[in-house]
Design a protein around this ligand. Structure first.
Ligand SMILES: N[C@@H](CCC(=O)N[C@@H](CS)C(=O)NCC(=O)O)C(=O)O
Length: 293
C-alpha cells in the first residue's frame, strides 16, 4: 500500500461514526490488549486488492491499527545500470511501493541461478518477484504494477487514451533496434542507423507536442518506457561522439529529457552519467573490433 492509498483510508476511517461499526472479536494477528476488528468492508479484495486493514476500537475512537499488504514480499531482481530495470524502479518508486531490490551481476553463479529459477525463458532482468511468484519482461511488469498499485496512475482513466499510450509503448519497443545499431555499428551501417534514429526522434517530437510529459502533466507509462532515452541516449552520444538529440532540432524532446530527469522521484533514482559512460564504452569496445575484422 502506498502513502496516498494509506492517507485515503485513514481519512475515510476518520469520518466513520464508530457506533455504526460492528465490533468484532479480537483479531489474533494483531496481538495487543485493545479490542480489534478487521474492517473488511473497507478493503474488499476487488477494491483494494493489495490491502487489508485492521482497526482498533478504543475509547469511542476508531484508529487504524494495522495496514497489511496482501501482496506480501515484493522483490526486484536487477543489474546495474540496466534501463529496463530502471523502468521498474521508477514505477515502484513513483507509486511508493515497498520492495527489496536485489542487484546482481550476470557472471556471478548465485545470481544466474536466481535468474534461471525466476526467468528460465529469457534469463534476463528485470524480474519482479511477488511472494515467490516471478513476472518477467519490463512492459509486462509495468502493466502489472499499474493494475496492482493504481495510485498515482500511469495510465489515463479514458480507454482511448490508454490505448494510445499502449500504441506508443509498442512503437517505442519496436524502435529500439536502430538505437542499438547507432551504438555499435560502423561505416554505412552507422549512417543508416543515425538516419533511422532521427526519424524515430522526429515522430516522438511530434507525439509529445506541447505537453510536459508524454503522460501530460504527470509522468505516465510511455514516459517510463521511453525513460531509457533520457537516461542512456546522452551516454551513447558521448561514447560514439555524435550528437543527434540537440535542442535546435528536437526542442520538445530536449525539454522532456530535462523535465523527466529533474522529476524528484526520477532524479533520486538515476545512475551516475560518467560511470555509465565508462561501463558502456567497455561494452562497445568488446563488440566493435569483431565488426571491423
Ligand atoms: N525485453 C526485456 C529486455 C530485458 C533485457 O534485455 N535485460 C538485459 C539487461 S539490460 C539482460 O538481462 N540481459 C541478459 C544478459 O546480458 O545476459 C524487458 O523489457 O525486460
Amino acid at each position: 500500500m502506498n502513502k496516498i492509498e494509506k492517507q485515503k483510508l485513514v481519512n475515510f476511517v476518520a469520518e466513520l461514526n464508530p457506533f455504526t461499526v460492528e465490533l468484532k472479536p479480537f483479531h489474533p494477528r494483531i496481538g495487543s490488549d485493545c479490542p480489534h476488528l478487521p474492517l473488511t468492508s473497507l478493503c474488499t479484495e476487488d477494491k483494494h486488492p493489495t490491502t487489508e486493514v485492521f482497526l482498533c476500537f478504543s475509547e469511542n475512537k476508531i484508529i487504524v491499527a494495522e495496514l497489511h499488504n496482501r501482496m506480501g514480499e515484493v522483490k526486484l531482481l536487477g543489474v546495474w545500470p540496466s534501463s529496463y530495470v530502471y523502468r521498474i524502479i521508477w514505477a515502484l518508486e513513483l507509486k511508493d511501493v515497498e520492495y527489496e531490490y536485489i542487484e546482481g551481476e550476470f557472471h556471478k553463479p548465485d545470481f544466474t541461478d536466481l535468474l534461471l529459477k525466476y526467468n528460465p525463458v529469457y534469463k534476463k532482468v528485470p524480474v519482479l518477484v511477488l511472494d515467490g511468484k516471478p513476472i518477467a519482461e519490463s512492459t509486462v511488469i509495468l502493466e502489472y504494477i499499474e493494475e496492482t498499485w493504481p495510485q498515482p496512475p500511469l495510465l489515463s482513466q479514458d480507454p482511448y487514451e490508454r490505448a494510445m499510450a499502449r500504441f506508443w509503448v509498442s512503437f517505442a519497443e519496436e524502435k529500439t533496434i536502430p538505437f542499438m545499431s547507432f551504438f555499435v555499428a560502423v561505416g554505412e551501417e552507422f549512417e543508416k542507423a543515425e538516419k533511422e534514429v532521427r526519424e524515430v526522434l522526429k515522430i516522438l517530437e511530434e507525439t509529445i507536442g506541447e505537453k510536459k510529459y508524454f503522460g501530460g502533466e504527470e509522468i505516465g507509462l510511455l514516459d517510463i518506457n521511453l525513460g531509457w532515452i533520457a537516461l542512456l541516449f546522452g551516454v551513447i552520444e558521448d561514447i560514439v561522439g555524435v550528437k543527434v538529440l540537440v535542442v535546435d532540432e528536437f526542442p520538445r524532446l530536449f525539454t522532456w529529457i530535462q523535465n523527466f530527469m529533474e522529476h524528484p522521484t526520477i532524479k533520486t533514482n538515476l545512475p551516475n552519467h560518467q560511470e555509465m559512460v565508462l561501463y558502456y564504452k567497455q561494452k562497445r569496445e568488446t563488440v566493435i573490433p569483431s565488426k571491423i575484422a
